[in-house]
Design a protein. Structure first.
Length: 272
């Protein structure tokens, strides 16, 4: 996996210098970040190769879910332009992005583009896709059995991940399929809101004491996952980024609470 900033394929360029406060703390791999993003996605931009005008990328909004291997499942109508395109050329890509959730800059959002053939499913595969899709999109039950609708699956052969500014790579399809979504993904927004609203003093202590940014004047927790969390820290010299690990991986909100409390105690112990 490459994290080069020149948008080249793996090995095409030098890796960027990391913020020293981000080094050494275990973080989700890009494959794990991609699987987490896919697991939560409800909509995506499907790009197919247009028939008229021929060869141009044709983008359209589609509802999506993924199977147990992270492969996108789509319910497409034969009347749709993208379905007609796929019948001629199966090559497609699917852009998935994190929800904005109040972020002012959309380019700070994590997103990925999965590329591969997108083909209709039949028999048992179509039945399994139906179950998965309706679990994510129950309102689709009103039209799922219309005769012009069919289930399609995109089988990724390559994935491009961009996790905001300075975090990007090509993710191998095998690594993506083998990765596990983060167990905190569904609760992460609530955890962040709680910490930033109700425990701002603790968040600032994390930055000053545990991350070692002694001149911090403010801090916001920007992400949380099974391994730890990341901070956006305000200093007189400008913003800095920091990542702090939990003592051990967590999988539930109660475990997060205990881990956060332990870190607060550590911070207070160092300043006592």
């Amino acid at each position: 996996m490459s994290t080069s900033t020149d948008h080249g394929r793996p090995g095409a360029g030098p890796e960027p210098a990391a913020d020293p406060h981000l080094q050494g703390a275990k973080a989700p791999s890009h494959a794990e970040r991609c699987r987490t993003l896919a697991q939560r996605a409800r909509a995506a931009t499907l790009c197919t190769l247009a028939r008229d005008p021929a060869g141009y990328p044709y983008g359209s909004l589609v509802a999506v879910t993924v199977d147990a291997h992270g492969r996108p499942l789509l319910l497409l109508s034969a009347l749709a332009e993208h379905t007609g395109n796929l019948k001629v050329r199966a090559e497609a890509s699917l852009l998935l992005a994190e929800p904005a959730e109040g972020l002012a800059d959309p380019l700070a959002l994590g997103r990925m583009t999965l590329m591969g053939p997108c083909r209709p499913l039949e028999g048992a595969e179509a039945a399994a896709a139906r179950t998965s899709f309706l679990a994510m999109h129950p309102r689709a039950s009103y039209y799922v059995d219309f005769t012009d609708f069919s289930f399609y699956r995109l089988d990724p052969v390559s994935i491009r991940y961009v996790g905001g500014f300075g975090r990007m790579s090509w993710v191998e399809a095998d690594a993506y399929a083998a990765a596990e979504p983060d167990p905190l993904a569904a609760d992460a927004a609530g955890i962040l809101e709680h910490m930033n609203t109700d425990h701002a003093d603790a968040v600032l202590a994390y930055a000053k004491v545990l991350a070692g940014i002694k001149d911090a004047t403010g801090a916001t927790m920007t992400s949380v996952d099974r391994y730890g969390f990341e901070l956006d820290v305000i200093t007189p010299a400008g913003p800095k980024a920091a990542r702090l690990p939990f003592g051990a991986p967590v999988s539930a909100t109660d475990e997060v609470r205990k881990a956060m409390v332990a870190l607060v105690r550590e911070a207070r112990g160092r300043t006592a």
